[in-house]
Write a protein that binds this ligand. Structure first.
Ligand code: ZN
Length: 432
């Protein structure tokens, strides 16, 4: 395939055009380009139908192909009408797309004239060439996107991208390309810090998790068991943080992609909470495994329920922000019962010293503060438009989640060290 399907000058022209566009028009242009791309696909279908038709076909198949051709033509004319917009800017985009389309047509014709039918079989070369031309066109549309998009205000976002109306500007437009979304993590917009806070946090926990798994067995009382319970925590943290940064990265791809990733994001929070319980319950009820198993079972049932609830499509909508915060804070607060159990049986002093309960409270305070800021959208509700890029509630929530997970890791590491210090034995009056 020749590389001149889309000449550089045309690319430059469309880029300048897109750059000069107002955000609302920019959105219009994308839809427009998408429609044009579809038209090229229709054209390709017509081409294939033409190639398939011939004297060798029986009547049924021929009439089927004729109907299909009519259908495709109808779709094309329908889209053509939709694409008729008076804007001179869009007309220019149109002329460039038409240029690509003409090149595609010429390419098909020239290939057709060169085609030699061998022993009655149709040569596949023109079809492949046409397909390649289509791919080039698609690549071009994506390239325009990747390099040239600009941040847009909240009010021109499509409904599925409207989440927080206190963030007035700096939003990414819808970008139906995974590559464009991935590249956007290096640009400044409302999601930049949301992505990086959890991406960096994820890498830290991944590093710490690997370090922990390779610690010498001599540092543990029961190396395999202890590595499994710590592994549950690290797995929960790594999954939560990776689902989160992936969600924030691909959120603007399309409605369906954002829906899938938001469900993963919420499930990740439940996994982090469940994983956090495992080492804490293991060490806090070390000499009393029965309540340990019961509490573990309860938190797993509640966690799985939270994951099931978060698969509901409406769960991710802005109206349910408070419900979401409530579900996860509730899941975390199910830890109140084992904490009380532990404090009553150990006494406050032992719970606070060897029981590391202070770190547990600090972790709960960080998570709850984060969830409260998230639900109430503080501080941006007091300064609409001032926290679009830096310090809006979701970023603070992310930082507090990472901090809470670190605090918890510190607390359970202290519990582990204590257990290692006293050895694995349990006496009758020694619950911990
Ligand atoms: Zn988030």
């Amino acid at each position: 395939m020749r590389s001149d399907v889309m000449p550089g000058s045309a690319g430059g022209r469309i880029a300048r055009e897109v750059k000069a566009s107002s955000p609302a028009r920019l959105l219009k242009s994308t839809t427009f380009l998408n429609k044009k791309k579809h038209q090229l696909m229709f054209k390709e279908q017509l081409y294939i139908i033409d190639k398939l038709e011939g004297p060798r076909l029986d009547e049924d198949l021929s009439s089927g192909l004729r109907n299909r051709r009519e259908g495709v033509r109808d779709l094309m004319s329908f889209q053509e009408k939709q694409c008729n917009t008076p804007s001179s800017e869009l007309n220019q985009v149109n002329s460039i797309v038409k240029h690509a389309s003409d090149l595609l047509d010429n390419n098909m014709e020239s290939e057709e004239s060169e085609t030699v039918e061998e022993e009655g079989f149709m040569s596949i070369a023109p079809l492949l060439q046409a397909h390649h031309a289509m791919e080039k066109m698609e690549e071009f549309v994506h390239k325009v996107w990747e390099g040239r998009w600009r941040v847009i205000p909240h009010d021109v976002l499509p409904d599925w991208l409207k989440d927080n109306d206190y963030l007035l500007h700096g939003h990414r437009p819808p970008m139906p390309s995974f590559r464009a979304c991935l590249r956007s993590i290096f640009r400044i917009h409302t999601e930049t810090l949301n992505i990086w806070t959890h991406l960096i946090g994820c890498l830290f926990f991944l590093g710490l998790g690997i370090f922990y798994m390779f610690r010498p067995n001599i540092s543990f009382v029961a190396p395999v068991q202890e590595k499994v319970v710590f592994g549950a925590f690290f797995l929960g943290a790594i999954l939560c943080l990776s689902f989160s940064w992936l969600f924030h990265t691909f959120y603007c791809h399309s409605e369906n992609v954002s829906r899938v990733f938001s469900k993963l994001d919420y499930s990740g929070i439940a996994l982090l909470i469940m994983g956090s319980f495992v080492p804490w319950l293991y060490y806090s009820f070390y000499c009393n495994p029965q309540p340990c198993f019961i509490y573990l079972l309860v938190v797993c049932v509640l966690g799985i329920t939270a994951i099931i609830v978060s698969q509901w499509d409406y769960f991710a909508t802005p109206q349910y922000r408070g419900v979401r915060a409530g579900v996860f804070v509730g899941l975390g607060l199910s830890g109140v019962v084992p904490t009380l159990h532990f404090m009553i049986s150990e006494g406050f002093f032992r719970a606070a010293t060897i029981g590391q309960i202070g770190w547990l409270f600090l972790m709960a305070a960080l998570y709850i503060t984060g969830a409260a800021l998230y639900a109430a959208r503080i501080p941006e509700r007091f300064f609409p438009g001032k926290c679009d890029i830096w310090f809006h509630s979701h970023q603070l929530f992310h930082v507090l989640v990472v901090a809470g997970a670190f605090v918890h890791l510190h607390g359970v590491s202290n519990l582990q060290e204590f257990r290692h210090g006293v050895g694995g034995g349990c006496t009758d009056n020694d619950l911990l």
